[in-house]
Design a protein around this ligand. Structure first.
Ligand SMILES: NC(=O)C1=CN([C@@H]2O[C@H](COP(=O)(O)OP(=O)(O)OC[C@H]3O[C@@H](n4cnc5c(N)ncnc54)[C@H](O)[C@@H]3O)[C@@H](O)[C@H]2O)C=CC1
Ligand SMILES: O=C(O)C(=O)COP(=O)(O)O
Length: 307
């Protein structure tokens, strides 16, 4: 029996591609025939892709858009809904991987691990002697911007490092952590900000010049959310001027290329949007996307529809 065909938007890592291919025939847009465009009932995509209204409108039989990712800021969700198309995502299964990366980036930043690695490899250790001192994580005040699934996973993992934790978001969740309704006020009281709220229009540029100045010359920013959340021009300016101490970034405004000005800065650690990029996690994401696609195509409710 032939497998149902899915329009595949974007490239998937081998582990996810193989899992999806056990259940579906994946067809990239450039290989789809007119008859297939007319017949696709399902579309599978991922966070680094866009599914815009024009694409949705080319698919008259579409019933479900499944993204292998939790963020859905790249999908025209309202347009899909208006067309009666269900949109699903993969919340929860990637929290651990993203939280581990956030903690890893933070430690890499405070201890300058990429520079330390280069220092040994280039024999500067031998020629120049001791590497410049880093900063301890213990005792620092960490503010989490967006205490959702991933933010809580980050808080859980940071607690044993003897930091004090605060968070900012739309609602006070009544937790033991300090809540700040005002982001700049939290930045003023913190040494480190970790950004893990959703992207999209509502959070665009909320990490602005005022927040960065409040974080201050010894402050560090970690962004594992979306590039859109940080005003990158203001970030570059603050780092160049020394009014912000350091930044670790997994996401960028112009992915997959990073702002050239960031590359020239030493107090920056960069990663290529790898928050969920572990074998285990990408497999779990593909499994959940598959279960969502199968449910909707069988006329059942989606397991994890976008809210
Ligand atoms: N770097 C990477 O590879 C990955 C990045 N992500 C990003 O992380 C985001 C969060 O994922 P989850 O924790 O699962 O989502 P979630 O929906 O569980 O949590 C998001 C939290 O942000 C809060 N929030 C909303 N607007 C805010 C604002 N203006 N300021 C501060 N907080 C705000 C929400 O109230 C919620 O508590 C995703 O939307 C995605 O953009 C997710 C996975 C991997
Ligand atoms: O889940 C998300 O929102 C992510 O950013 C990770 O998704 P990806 O697999 O990198 O497209």
């Amino acid at each position: 029996m032939s497998l149902p065909a899915l329009l595949r938007i974007g490239a998937f890592p081998p582990v996810a591609h193989a899992l999806l291919s056990q259940h579906f025939t994946l067809v990239p847009p450039e290989e789809a025939s007119d008859a297939q465009w007319a017949a696709f009932q399902g579309l599978v995509t991922r966070s680094n892709q866009r599914v815009d209204p024009a694409l949705i409108d080319r698919l008259p039989a579409l019933r479900v858009i499944a993204t292998c990712g939790v963020g859905y800021d790249g999908i025209a969700v309202d347009h899909a809904r208006a067309r009666g198309v269900q949109v699903t995502h993969t919340p929860g299964v990637l929290d651990t991987a993203v939280a581990e990366l956030a903690v890893g980036l933070l430690l890499a930043l405070l201890r300058r691990l990429p520079a330390a690695d280069a220092f040994v490899r280039s024999d500067r250790w031998h020629r120049e002697g001791a590497f410049p001192l880093g900063a301890s994580l213990a005792g620092k005040r960490v503010g989490i911007v967006g205490l959702g699934r991933i933010g809580r996973a980050i808080a859980d993992r940071l607690a044993p490092f003897q930091v004090s934790l605060a968070y900012h978001g739309p609602t006070d969740q009544g937790l033991a952590l300090s809540y700040y309704p005002n982001l700049a006020a939290m930045a003023r009281d913190c040494d480190i900000l970790i950004v893990c709220c959703p992207g999209g229009a509502r959070t665009a540029g909320i990490i602005d010049a005022e927040v960065l100045a409040a974080l201050g010359p010894r402050g560090a920013l970690v962004n594992v959310s979306r590039g859109s959340v940080v005003d990158e021009a203001a970030l570059v300016q603050a780092l160049q001027a020394g009014t912000l101490g350091a930044a670790a970034l997994d996401v960028f405004q112009t992915e997959p290329t990073a702002n050239a000005a960031l590359l020239a800065l030493e107090q920056v650690v960069l990663a290529p949007h790898i928050g969920s990029a572990t074998e285990e996690t990408r497999l779990a994401m593909a499994e959940l996307a598959t279960a969502n696609l199968q449910a909707v195509l069988a006329g059942k409710p989606a397991l994890t529809p976008v809210p």
